[in-house]
Design a protein around this ligand. Structure first.
Ligand SMILES: [Zn+2]
Length: 376
């Protein structure tokens, strides 16, 4: 097992740990070069390290800072935000006149609009009754400071609500490509509960939703009384092996076999005379393209709806990013969909692929061809 010299836990400051996933050198996913910018792009080590003291799986070292291009928020993400806020409302946490503060994501998503529509008041500079963290936490390089800041923002009796992709999902579905530069912490429910307790909070309730394979919404407070369903969720994650270095190493095997299978499939499609394109120049796509060593000879173009990404190319390779219209015009036989949860949305918004006889193929993370829906 590889040790990472000089690594200190971003949460408990422990210095003993193990590299459980090593994706080698990768370009920064959030720096999409212009199409005519010459290769190679700068690359950086991409490794996940698991702390032996507190069990937090975390990013070893980061890429250089870069300018992120905002993507288009998928419908499935917005729908989950609606569900999460409805859930918090049902728990009696979305109260008109009560104060709210947000630790948001640098990618631009926010719940403040929805919460102020519900009558909540932004706690400018004051502690808040409800502190929401919508994909904020994982972006902090110093997790201990991040948890301290969230705890300090809570009014007496206040609740912290966190929506996150949990390590339990990453591990049980072998979603090795969720390891990314700029995403420092891969919390599981049991590990986060233990870390929150060091700051005087604890997980009170948790719910799992299907987004991204398994997304957790949790509430934490200073007097946590988890119910049976919450304790079961925490236990389920432990059973998957989120705090077991041996179990976590399965991610490495998945990365190698998925990348080899994808490359092998693309080679056989090319030999069969079929062109393959892809859809979604998202953060998740970059480690897949990079680890599988793909170029435009295997994957012709990547379609994406975000105007900011058009005219650019995928990091680390010559594959151009094009508009959905240009993707359809190139008449690919197969379109690889990097984000399986986009399937319903893209079949509806980009019907030209199937209309021209093409097929969508999900990377889920193994490959699955979608048969066209019957026309009634
Ligand atoms: Zn630690």
């Amino acid at each position: 097992m590889v040790d990472a010299v000089g690594m200190r836990c971003r949460s408990c400051r422990g210095d003993a740990g193990d590299v459980v996933l090593d994706l080698g050198r990768q370009p920064a996913w959030d720096r999409m070069p212009w199409r005519d910018e010459p290769l190679p792009d700068p690359d950086f080590l991409l490794r996940m390290w698991c702390c032996r003291s507190c069990g937090l799986s975390q990013l070893c070292s980061d890429a250089d800072a870069s300018d992120e291009l905002f993507g288009v928020e998928p419908r499935s993400v917005a729908e989950q935000s609606d569900r999460s806020i409805a859930r918090l409302d049902a728990e009696g946490l979305v109260l008109p006149g009560a104060t709210v503060a947000e630790f948001g994501s640098p990618h631009g998503e926010s719940w403040l609009g929805r919460l102020s529509d519900a009558g909540m008041v932004t706690a400018a500079g004051r502690t808040a009754d409800l502190v929401v963290d919508f994909y904020g936490l994982l972006h902090d390089a110093d997790q201990d400071a991040a948890l301290r800041a969230r705890t300090a923002s809570l009014a007496p009796g206040g609740t912290l609500a966190v929506q996150m992709l949990t390590l339990g999902t990453v591990l049980s579905l072998r979603q090795w490509f969720d390891l990314r530069h700029g995403h420092y912490a891969y919390w599981s429910l049991p590990t986060l509960d233990a870390a929150l307790r060091r700051h005087g909070l604890g997980v009170h309730r948790a719910w799992r939703y299907p987004l991204s394979g398994g997304t957790i919404l949790l509430t934490a407070n200073r007097d946590p009384r988890p119910d049976a369903a919450t304790l079961r969720l925490i236990d389920e994650e432990r059973t998957v092996g989120v705090d077991d270095v041996g179990a976590l190493c399965a991610l490495q095997g998945a990365a190698e076999s998925n990348a080899a299978a994808l490359r092998g499939w693309l080679v056989s499609e090319r030999e069969a005379g079929r062109t393959v394109a892809a859809y979604g120049a998202a953060s998740r796509s970059v480690p897949v393209v990079s680890h599988a060593g793909l170029d435009s000879g295997l994957l012709s173009v990547v379609g994406d709806a975000s105007p900011a990404k058009q005219g650019r190319r995928m990091p680390g390779t010559d594959i151009p990013i094009v508009t959905p219209g240009e993707l359809v015009d190139s008449r690919p036989d197969r379109v690889l969909l990097f984000l399986p949860e986009l399937a319903d949305e893209v079949r509806e918004t980009v019907p030209g692929i199937e209309a021209a006889g093409g097929r969508w193929v999900l990377l889920d993370p193994s490959l699955r061809v979608l048969e066209p829906a019957l026309m009634l």
